[in-house]
Structures are given as structure tokens and as C-alpha cells.
Ligand binder design. Structure first.
Ligand code: ROI
Length: 167
């Protein structure tokens, strides 16, 4: 054994976009994430079309969820995802829950429960957002979500809210 830590953690990332050709934004983000050091994609959901949660005067969203194995620490992973958001032209304006070219959220990081100033895991609202729960369930139907319970139960209680598979 050596003392280099290389523990692999399974994490799930939520991807969302409603500006500047959302499908292209999601596909480019997927590629950028797979090209990160110490990150390997093992699964990717279908793309979904969803109605905006929050202010309604914004375009509909495209959402997806990706499963990765990573040896990056959670905050390092967060910073990497933020640089991808920025590289794809994300502008952080004042409006809460406004339109965005790209949103990358760490939904789950192994079985960790994190309550850091910049990072809450499981992701806030994970248990009531159809555009997160359904794609996650597609790729990881047996998942248990720390502090929230079985994903399958959460999905069964969550209305689709207009969520549709995108083909
Ligand atoms: N609404 C949908 N449908 N999809 C999202 O990814 C999404 N992301 C957000 C807010 C603004 C809350 N609404 C969303 O951050």
C-alpha cells in the first residue's frame, strides 16, 4: 500500500439548460465532464424536456443526469463544474432562478451528507424536482438517497410536471 488516496466515489450530476441551444449545451457539458481528470462517466440518462420551475417568463429546459466515478473531493468537483458552466457562457445575474445556459449540480456524492456554505448534498430540492428524480431513476432505479429515502418512492410521489422524454 502507498499513502496516495485514490478512493473512487460514485456521484450524480444534474445538467440543465434553457438558453443558447440547450441540447448542444448539455452534450458539450457531458463531454467536458468526461474529460476532467479523475472523473469517469459510467452512465448518462436520456435528455428530458421540462417546464421551468420558478419564474415562468423563461424558455423550457432540457435536463439530464450523469453518473460518474471520481476521486475528486466534493469541493474540487464543484469548482470543476463551475468552470465548465463559466466556459459555456454562464452569466450569473441577480435574478434568482432565472434562465441559464448551463447548470451543473452535484446531486449526490456517494452516501455523503454535506452542509457546506457552497455545497449542500444531497442537492436541495432533489426530492421534489421531477426533472431531477425521473432521469436519476432512469439510470439508478435502486438508489437510496441519504436523509430522503428510496428514489423509487420519491419518484412515485412526484408529479411529472410536464416532463417529457426528448427524442
Ligand atoms: N427548471 C427546470 N425545469 N429545469 C432546471 O434545470 C431548472 N433549474 C433551475 C430552476 C431555475 C430552479 N428551474 C429549473 O435552477
Amino acid at each position: 500500500m502507498n499513502n496516495i488516496s485514490c478512493e473512487l466515489v460514485t456521484a450524480y450530476i444534474g445538467l440543465g439548460s434553457n438558453l443558447e441551444n440547450p441540447i448542444t449545451q448539455i452534450n458539450s457539458a457531458r463531454l467536458a465532464i468526461t474529460q476532467l481528470n479523475k472523473v469517469e462517466e459510467f452512465t448518462f440518462s436520456s435528455l428530458y424536456h421540462s417546464l421551468p420551475m420558478g419564474p415562468q417568463n423563461q424558455p423550457d429546459y432540457v435536463n439530464a443526469v450523469m453518473g460518474i466515478n471520481t476521486s475528486l473531493e466534493p469541493l474540487t468537483l464543484l469548482r470543476c463544474l463551475q468552470s465548465i458552466e463559466n466556459a459555456q457562457g454562464r452569466v450569473r445575474k441577480g435574478e434568482r432562478w432565472g434562465a441559464r445556459t448551463l447548470d451543473l449540480d452535484i446531486l449526490l456524492y456517494g452516501n455523503s451528507v454535506l452542509d457546506l456554505p457552497d455545497l449542500k448534498v444531497p442537492h436541495i430540492g432533489i426530492d421534489e424536482r421531477a426533472f431531477v428524480l425521473y432521469p436519476l431513476h432512469e439510470i439508478a432505479p435502486n438508489l437510496l438517497i441519504p436523509t430522503k429515502g428510496a428514489l423509487a418512492d420519491l419518484v412515485s410521489k412526484c408529479p411529472l410536471d410536464g416532463l417529457k422524454l426528448l427524442n
